[in-house]
Design a binder for this molecule. Structure first.
Ligand SMILES: [Zn+2]
Length: 429
């Protein structure tokens, strides 16, 4: 089956960051052509005349199942937020997680995300729902100390079992999660890293989200979380450190040396008023791969990577008094090719190049917020003017999961209706 996206502005995100007017051809799961007019035959033509054709977004930190709790924990002080969040979480059933995941996947597909990295328990339920939605999930089962969890059994063993079961599941990449140093002792951290190394699994963890977390850890170990984890050997090229907002330059240096990636979550950090700003310019100069995460829908409250890209750019510029940091092209890199690298898939996704999976989104070139649209301003328009709602079509691994803004993989009306039932049950008390 050959599908051709015809006549669009193709934003390749290839090593030359080429942008041109032309076609992208897909055979089954993969891209076979990206260039001027495709001369071969096609089974399906998608008219992208004047539209923007670009790689699907890679969201490197979220808790997708929490989408169904949106708007229930707003405007709270951080300790109150945590308390309320844990209480709701403890009451969740498998069905709640299923509906939350489907709703979150619908939001991501609608706004052009084709891969998300998730950190949660019950990733087996999330895997099933994500597969039905047709989006790629890099699903990191949350590991923490056994005496600090509501999971039944040992979290590391649960994680290993999940990873083993989903090794060969299409569009699912199993991974290891670490909740954070505040609930993960040395043995837990080392066990998680050992599993990730042994099975070559991606690893997602919270790092230095709040100042309190850093101070507590210093009190108990004498070291900052980044220094402590680096000293244990937990950082490595398969790791993705979410938030990373309260770091010293020494911790940034250690992260750069280890090859760990960062998932910066600017909207979540600002909404919770945790104060820290991820040192993106220092990450760049220190050789740390920077990607973007939305975090969950209770702290953002959106999974729209276009909005997150812009918020990140604005936060970096405003906090540095320097409009030249976090440039438009860099922001798009963070959300696409760098995200692919973070989840260990830079040879498979993140750019429109032959041989890669067909993870392709099309943005409406007729939308007024995207015009004027010329080769010279297209990158700026994507970073600063676009909205997730400009996305018309979303393709993940060759499957057209959304066409003309209609998601074809799920019974979307049923998910929407059930989401309110679940919200009422969990959040009204
Ligand atoms: Zn998180």
């Amino acid at each position: 089956m050959i599908t051709v996206f015809r006549g669009g502005w193709v934003v390749t995100q290839n090593p030359g960051r080429d942008v041109f007017r032309g076609d992208v051809a897909v055979e089954d799961e993969k891209i076979i052509y990206s260039g001027p007019k495709y001369e071969g035959s096609a089974d399906r033509d998608i008219n992208a005349e004047g539209d923007v054709v670009m790689p699907g977004m890679v969201n490197t930190h979220t808790h997708v199942a929490m989408s169904v709790m949106k708007g229930s924990l707003d405007d709270l002080l951080f300790p109150d937020f945590l308390n309320a969040s844990f209480k709701i979480d403890a009451d969740r059933t498998d069905r709640d997680i299923d509906i939350g995941t489907k709703l979150g996947c619908m939001e991501m597909i609608r706004s052009g995300t084709t891969t998300f990295m998730d950190l949660y328990y019950s990733e087996d339920i999330i895997a099933k729902a994500a597969q039905q939605a047709g989006i790629r999930g890099v699903l990191c089962w949350c590991v923490l100390d056994e005496d600090k969890t509501t999971q039944s059994g040992n979290p590391l063993k649960n994680c290993a079992r999940f990873c083993n079961l989903h090794k060969n599941t299409r569009k699912i990449v199993p991974g290891v999660g670490l909740q954070g140093v505040y609930v993960c002792n040395e043995d837990t951290c080392l066990g998680a890293k050992e599993l990730s190394d042994r099975e070559k699994l991606p690893m997602n963890f919270h790092l230095s989200e709040t100042r309190g977390e850093v101070n507590e850890h210093r009190k108990s170990t004498g070291k900052r979380p980044g220094e402590w984890l680096a000293g244990l050997g937990v950082f490595g090229p398969r790791g993705v450190a979410a938030h990373s907002a309260w770091l010293t330059i020494n911790e940034v240096r250690l992260m750069g040396q280890s090859g760990v990636s960062v998932s910066t979550c600017p909207a979540s950090n600002m909404k919770l008023a945790t104060g820290g700003v991820a040192p993106v310019p220092e990450f760049r100069s220190g050789g740390v791969n920077v990607s973007i995460g939305t975090d969950g829908n209770t702290t953002n409250n959106s999974l729209d990577m276009f909005s997150e890209m812009k918020i990140l750019g604005l936060l970096q510029k405003a906090s540095r008094w320097d409009a030249t940091v976090a440039k438009a092209q860099e922001l798009i890199d963070f959300a696409t090719i760098n995200g692919a690298k973070a989840v260990g898939m830079s040879d498979k996704i993140g750019s429109l190049e032959p041989g890669k999976y067909a993870d392709i989104i099309v943005l409406d070139g007729k939308a007024p917020n995207m015009r004027p649209l010329l080769p010279e301003n297209i990158i700026g328009n994507i970073a600063y003017s676009a909205s997730g709602l400009n996305v018309k079509h979303t393709m993940c691994q060759g499957d057209l999961v959304m066409e003309n803004a209609v998601i074809g993989t799920l019974d979307t009306d049923a998910v929407l209706a059930e989401s309110e039932q679940v919200w009422r049950k969990l959040c009204l008390r």
